[in-house]
Design a protein around this ligand. Structure first.
Ligand code: FES
Ligand code: FES
Length: 141
């Protein structure tokens, strides 16, 4: 119906069949957790990545989103895109790419922004955890 008319079918697909919904243990040292909120609408997104310490590769990802269909679809796409990539590599994923992939209308851009922010926050969380563990000697930034 109207949902189908307003949104690209990829949004509907990712909304109806979201990929990688779930949670990892946030205390697992190989897990990075990004929890972000959109001030505009109050929606919240949690995106988690699991990293192979040796290679720095993201081996798994999952999300939970309390938000609109576009936010759910954006986080679903984000988890698909980060898997198999290096943690540095995913920092360059832009919300505009996600929005374009899903053909989000301009008013829904902030929903994809949540996904970009959540990816960055997850990597940051992982690095902070590692820095703490290695006694901040080689913490970097
Ligand atoms: Fe799922 Fe492209 S349709 S990431
Ligand atoms: Fe706010 Fe979509 S309306 S995240």
């Amino acid at each position: 119906q109207s949902l189908v008319r307003l949104y690209h079918e990829r949004v509907v697909d990712h909304y109806n069949n979201p990929r990688n919904v779930g949670s990892f243990d946030k205390n697992d040292p190989t897990v990075g957790t990004g929890l972000v909120g959109a001030p505009a609408c109050g929606d919240v997104m949690k995106l988690q990545i699991k990293i192979d310490e040796e290679s720095g590769k993201i081996v798994d990802a999952c999300f939970k989103t309390f938000g609109c269909g576009s936010a759910i679809a954006s986080s679903s796409v984000a988890t698909e895109w980060v898997k198999g990539k290096q943690k540095e590599e995913v920092l360059s994923i832009k919300n505009t790419e996600i929005a374009k992939h899903l053909s989000l209308p301009p008013v829904k851009l902030h929903c994809s922004m949540l996904a970009e922010d959540a990816i960055k926050a997850a990597v940051k969380d992982y690095e902070a955890k590692r820095a703490k563990m290695s006694g901040n000697a080689e913490a970097g930034t």
